[in-house]
Design a protein around this ligand. Structure first.
Ligand code: SAM
Length: 256
């Protein structure tokens, strides 16, 4: 289950890649705009402000996220839906999907299907995290695969569910699109104020969700404490901040 409140922690740091992504979309008067995996909806509402004449839709498989999004009362049609079932309408001129497809193992086939169905001149823009080899994720995998957790969560932590930017560029040029692909490593400076390590608090909003959902409460408390200790060693605080490098992968495609 996605928790919009926990996900909103570090909102500035999480929204920056979205802004960097959509800044590279050159559409001027799109007819329909879709945000796939829109989360709590504020960023989708920004798309409606940018293109006020467009029919903007946001879909997400989490009813909690869509509940938050609808409460914004933005001029966006927010719906609970799974990206697997989504297909572009004939007038879909912009598709955005930010920090979502790493959760969808079959996303390469979906991207290819969507791009082939988009009208000429449409834009497809995606961003996925590329930090699965970072110390934070290595620590998560090592702990999940050790006793006493391995039996319950050893299989649910993912190795590397995304390609690099060159991989997505190859997929999209192969589908006939023109591609702008890049990678950025943001160095987030997270305030080390409270008793808990800020990288642990960050991970609770995303990568740790499936682990928390699978473990019973006492086991989850133990897991959290053990991971927090490793993260404190990997990401030490300096001058009241923890530097948390975060690589992200961007691809923007235009359809011929
Ligand atoms: C990290 S959040 C990103 C939210 C938003 N795009 C943003 O940039 O803040 C990932 C979102 O993807 C949604 N999601 C994951 N798998 C999905 C699927 N198969 N179909 C639709 N939404 C999905 C989750 O519910 C969650 O809201």
């Amino acid at each position: 289950m996605w928790d919009p409140t926990v996900y909103h922690r570090f909102g500035d740091e999480r929204s920056r890649p979205f802004h960097d992504l959509v800044a590279r979309i050159g559409a001027e008067r799109p007819r329909a705009v879709a945000d796939l995996g829109c989360g709590p909806g504020e960023l989708t509402a920004g798309l409606a402000r940018r293109w006020p004449d467009a029919r903007v839709t946001g879909l997400d498989s989490s009813p909690e996220m869509i509940g938050k999004a609808r409460a914004l009362a933005a001029p966006v049609a927010f719906d609970v839906a799974d990206v697997h079932d989504w297909q572009p309408a004939p007038d879909t001129d912009v598709v955005v999907t930010n920090a979502v497809l790493q959760w969808v193992p079959e996303h390469r086939a979906l991207i290819e299907r969507w791009v082939r169905a988009l009208p000429s001149g449409a834009w497809f823009a995606m961003q996925v995290p590329g930090n699965f080899d970072a110390p934070s994720h290595r620590a998560l995998r090592a702990l999940a695969r050790s006793a006493p957790y391995a039996e319950t969560v050893g299989e649910i932590v993912r190795e590397a569910p995304v390609d690099d930017a060159a991989g997505y560029a190859a997929l999209l040029t192969g589908a006939g699109a023109t591609v702008d692909a890049w990678e950025t490593t943001y160095v987030h400076l997270l305030a080390a104020t409270g008793p808990e390590h800020p990288v642990l608090r960050w991970m609770e909003g995303t990568a740790l969700r499936p682990v928390k959902a699978a473990l019973a409460e006492p086991a989850w408390r133990g897991f959290r404490a053990a991971l927090g200790a490793t993260l404190a060693a990997e990401y030490p605080a300096r001058n009241g901040y923890v530097a948390f490098p975060f690589r992200r992968i961007f691809t923007v495609a235009t359809i011929a």
